[in-house]
Design a protein around this ligand. Sequence first.
Ligand SMILES: Cc1cc2nc3c(=O)[nH]c(=O)nc-3n(C[C@H](O)[C@H](O)[C@H](O)COP(=O)(O)O)c2cc1C
Length: 419
Amino acid sequence: MKHNIGLFILLFCFSAIFFSQTASAVPGTTVIKLSEPELNGSISLEQAIKNRRSIRQFTPEPLNIDQVAQLCWSAQGITDEEKGLRAAPSAGAIYPVQLYVALPDGLYLYNPEDHTLEKKIDRDIKPMLYTASFKQKAVQESPCIFIIAAFEKMLEAKYRGKGERFASLEAGHIAQNMLLQAVTLGLGSFPVGGFASDSVAKICKFPDRLVPLYLICVGNPIEKPSLVPAIVSMRNIASMSKQPRSIHSKRVIIILAEKRFNDADYFDVEETFQIAGISPEIASSKTGEVKGSGRNVATATKLVKDIKVDDYDAFIFIGGLGVKQFFDDRGALNLVRQANEQKKILAAIGNAPGIFARARIINGKNIACSPVERGKVTEAGADWKRTLLEVDDNIITAVGGDSARRFGSAVLTALRRQD
Ligand SMILES: Cc1cc2nc3c(=O)[nH]c(=O)nc-3n(C[C@H](O)[C@H](O)[C@H](O)COP(=O)(O)O)c2cc1C
């Protein structure tokens, strides 16, 4: 797939200006809005403490973005909005620590204020972190490495001579939160203190005086932990008897217009799935190259008319000027109706929820979409919301632009919850 990077950046800048969540981001940088944290996990703190072990053997499977989000929140998330206090304690509430995460596609900085990840380096730096940690084999095999770093000098003004010690103590608090959170997510993890701090700072292109203190390696353990939640509600017992299918076995199809689909939304959604280790199929009204508004191309391998509802778990329609071709396409509208009858996940972004309106499947639903389709959506009996993203039962809709990654994450969450 060829990327027209210039246009992509232009579209991104536009959306960054248009939507407030990324107001703090430098225009042109990739910023991922993370999903809200899960606050009702089914594993108790005692069980997490009891079961935490340093696990160093992982499958190559990457973490999904919601797991990364939850780990970031456990480390540095804002837990008192009013006072701006965070998940882990900090001497004088100074918060000198910065959390970075090295994923297969690059290095990201976690911004607790807006719960986002901001891309800092656009390539996999994990092999270099492996070298900097004296070639520890387990580091090499980790699909996700968090770097806890601190501006120790920030503490010195108030706590003279104690900056180094207090920063390390804070890193320890953060690390423990993450290690325990990893247990509750069914992930394996281990902390790493054995690394060359200067090398890690250099590899991560840290600003002056930001000192790497601790690495936390996380992945899917080769041996699944036999963790039984300590408190099991009746609802959980019912759901435990049915083993959900792994997220990687879920089948997703993205439907693009033959011409002028919204490139930026498509790439954001695609990337969200790629990070989670899922490669969606692409369908259109023709196979081969299909063109986005910015002349980026994608390759469709399936015709919309040949899509069999039974073959997929989620159907994603990307908006754009060209999406109108599906508004009166009987094949597309029937596909949507059949998928809805089977309660499959139906997701649409931008003006694409207009397809759902014309298929008459959104009566009584909450729908987010671009204002151009507001009339049709309302006419179909739906409640058009001014929000960026709506999840209503099996129907997931979003405005597009800045909400595209959250939209992709919402589809992933829905897939995870499916039987
Ligand atoms: C400060 C600190 C540094 C550590 N550094 C490493 C390391 O570089 N590599 C590693 O594999 N484990 C490292 N560990 C993990 C310990 O080896 C591990 O906690 C210990 O063996 C006890 O096992 P457990 O974590 O399963 O209870 C470190 C632990 C601490 C507290």
